[in-house]
Design a protein around this ligand. Structure first.
Ligand code: SF4
Length: 654
């Protein structure tokens, strides 16, 4: 057996005729595409015909571990789902932690791909001896937690302890903002790929394998992981929860900032998880408030206090670590009421259902978090849809007559809960919002598009692009628009790539905030380096939070060499990542996307600029940044389209 980190095979499933077959991939494919997202892009670029309906039989879904998953590296247990997105009409992906990812490899595969539409609901079952589609009619209608419990109980009776991913009612109803769940409530939420799974009538994937995952140089893998683990263990005592707001306020006031070392964020994450940012972010201007029209003034310390980090640690009963993660930013929280416990809500969820809607009722956020995890619905998109409706109501575009009697006023948590329950069931006015903001605009009309904050059809995350123009860039130029997990100016500071990669922009120890808004060429170079590096992270199955430790502590490039036996430099890997990124952009062009159409809406760019709050007077010159960013990859600087000959030269021609 070759010791090389990957399994060398993928599984292809046709849901139409029920056929299941293995394909062996040459080493050359891994050399070009690595694994995870890169392998997904390679397969989907070739095999989804141009113009395929995202909800039709020709679309494909792929589930992939990372190249580094299971090899002894750390933070590398994330799995990825890829497909053509019904939200954007282009490349779609979402990734998720938990414990599912290594199981794909233990079953012997670097990816499981499905096409077609099953005539009846099914789930895919794979173990070392069996690969079959099984009847899922009894599961159809169950939520994600019930489904997982049911499938695991069945498998346990047969002596197996499988890992499960599944959709809930939102995916079954083909909600365009639905995702795919695992570990009873962790969601691969973005791009609307739960809808693709629902349209295929695929309820779940159940895996139970025992194959060995190899690495070329296990000793070196361990040495590198020890270096990383040492930095994760470093955890000095830290300030109490509400004091984080003070840090945010200081960051707002200071005209200059120290270039951030991700170790500080690691300390916050290890102590509280992502909710450590609940007060810090709004104070410093990082969190969009009141459907992006409000500011830090509208969500000040007193209002955000109800969701300060300590509130969440008090309810946390146990920490949750994804596979191979020494940090464990997750947790399980106790609740009262209909549900007994929930995965600790993430910062994105708290702010989408909190500050974005001016909702101070933290109990409603806990409840909606569990409700949406069980439904399999993206909390960021749901928060945006609700905030959009609240603003439409305020402007008189919709009335109580339209909402079935609901008074959709800012901060009305009871009305929000009812509305989201309706969205999950696709009932009443909730049905209007159940496919996200873009579809809601089509359904409501009457000038409601003025309140829609979107990038290419995707609701952006809870990081304000007026505060960090890097978010504006990545929301607008990535083949998966509107995503906060692909780059930002702040992320670049923490990745510290200039310490190991030649030719990328260096960060000074300190800089004036205003400099982020000038020199679009430099900002684009920073953005391009972010995109390349995050492509590598996503090909490896790695967690962005691990990467925040910095390139000398989170040894991604060295891990890749030690796992595979290759001898590539960081610059070689960055080059490869650029090709994979180009392939995803080519996928979009093949499917008729005009890259300029992904530009995020004016409100998120500070057009017009805000007149108060942390982002007062700020606006982002996005067009120049987009042009320079496209130049960085050799794409047409006017259109953002790669030359088809470049794709052909890379060996990816269809
Ligand atoms: S840091 Fe958090 S999200 Fe990342 S792998 Fe660890 S537990 Fe999972």
């Amino acid at each position: 057996m070759k010791r090389r980190g990957y399994m060398g095979k993928i599984l292809m499933v046709d849901l139409e005729d029920g056929s299941i077959r293995e394909e062996t991939l040459p080493d050359e494919v891994y050399r070009r595409c690595l694994g995870g997202m890169g392998l997904g892009a390679h397969i989907l670029y070739h095999r989804i015909p141009a113009g395929a309906d995202p909800l039709g039989p020709d679309n494909m879904l792929g589930f992939l571990p990372g190249l580094l998953t299971g090899t002894g590296s750390l933070f590398t247990g994330r799995w990825m789902v890829v497909g053509k997105s019904p939200l954007t009409g282009g490349w779609g992906d979402a990734n998720c932690g938990g414990t599912f990812s290594p199981e794909i490899k233990r079953c012997g595969y670097d990816g499981i791909f499905l096409r077609g539409i099953s005539p009846t609901p099914v789930y895919l079952y794979v173990d070392d001896h069996t690969r079959e589609l099984r009847d899922a009619s009894v599961l159809w209608g169950m939520d994600t937690v019930e489904t997982e419990i049911h499938l695991k109980a069945n498998a346990k009776a047969a002596g197996k302890r499988p890992k499960v991913i599944c959709i809930g009612p939102a995916g079954e109803q083909v909600s365009l903002i639905s995702g795919i769940a695992t570990d009873q409530g962790r969601l691969a939420a973005r791009s609307g790929l739960g809808a693709v799974m629902g349209a295929k009538r695929l309820k779940a994937v159940v895996l139970s394998g025992q194959k060995r995952i190899t690495a070329h140089n296990r000793v070196e893998m361990k040495r590198l992981s020890r270096i990383c683990a040492k930095w994760v263990r470093f955890q000095p005592p830290f300030i109490p929860g509400p004091m984080t707001a003070l840090v945010g306020a200081l960051m707002r006031i200071m005209p200059a900032v120290i270039t951030q070392d991700g170790l500080l964020y690691k300390i916050l994450l290890k102590k509280w998880g992502t909710v450590s940012m609940n007060q810090l972010s709004p104070e410093m201007g990082d969190a969009p408030i009141q459907n992006w029209k409000g500011s830090s003034r509208d969500w000040g310390f007193r209002k955000s206090y109800s969701s300060h980090p300590g509130v969440f640690s008090r309810r946390e009963t146990v920490k949750f670590h994804c596979y191979a993660c020494p940090l464990g930013c997750g947790g399980i929280c106790a609740m009262e009421g209909k549900y007994r416990h929930t995965h600790k809500p993430e910062y994105e969820t708290v702010l989408s259902l909190g500050g974005l809607c001016l909702n101070q009722d933290v109990d409603s956020i806990f409840y909606l978090n569990e409700l949406l995890n069980r439904a399999g619905m993206d909390t960021i998109s749901v928060g945006h849809a609700v905030a959009f409706a609240l603003e439409c109501y305020e402007a008189g575009i919709i009335s109580r007559e339209d909402t079935g009697g609901l008074a959709l006023t800012w901060g009305n948590s009871a009305a929000m809960v009812t509305l989201v329950e309706q969205m999950v069931r696709r009932e009443g006015f909730g049905g209007v919002l159940a496919d996200g903001v873009r579809q809601a605009v089509y359904r409501i009309g009457k000038g409601s598009e003025a309140f829609a904050v979107l990038a290419g059809g995707q609701e952006p995350a809870m990081h304000d692009s007026r505060n960090d123009p890097g978010f504006a860039l990545h929301y607008s130029v990535e083949p998966t628009p509107g995503r906060h997990t692909l780059g930002a100016h702040l992320y670049y500071e923490m990745f510290q790539l200039w310490k190991v990669v030649r030719g990328v922009p260096k960060m000074p120890p300190m800089y004036f905030k205003g400099s982020k808004y000038r020199n679009p060429r430099r900002q684009a170079a920073i953005g391009a380096a972010n995109s390349r590096f995050m492509t590598l992270v996503n090909c490896s199955g790695a967690c962005m939070f691990g990467a925040f430790l910095g390139a000398r502590r989170f040894r991604l490039f060295d891990w890749l060499n030690a796992a595979t036996g290759w001898d590539l430099t960081p610059n070689d890997y960055m080059e490869l990542a650029g090709d994979i990124h180009t392939l995803k952009q080519a996928f979009n062009v093949k499917h008729g996307i005009e890259p300029r159409d992904f530009k995020i809406g004016d409100r998120a760019l500070g057009r017009p600029p805000q007149t108060e709050g942390a982002n007062k007077g700020r606006s982002v010159e996005i067009e120049a940044m987009m042009t320079h960013y496209w130049e960085q990859f050799g794409w047409n600087p006017e259109t953002g389209k790669p030359d088809p000959r470049v794709v052909e030269k890379m060996g990816h021609a269809a």
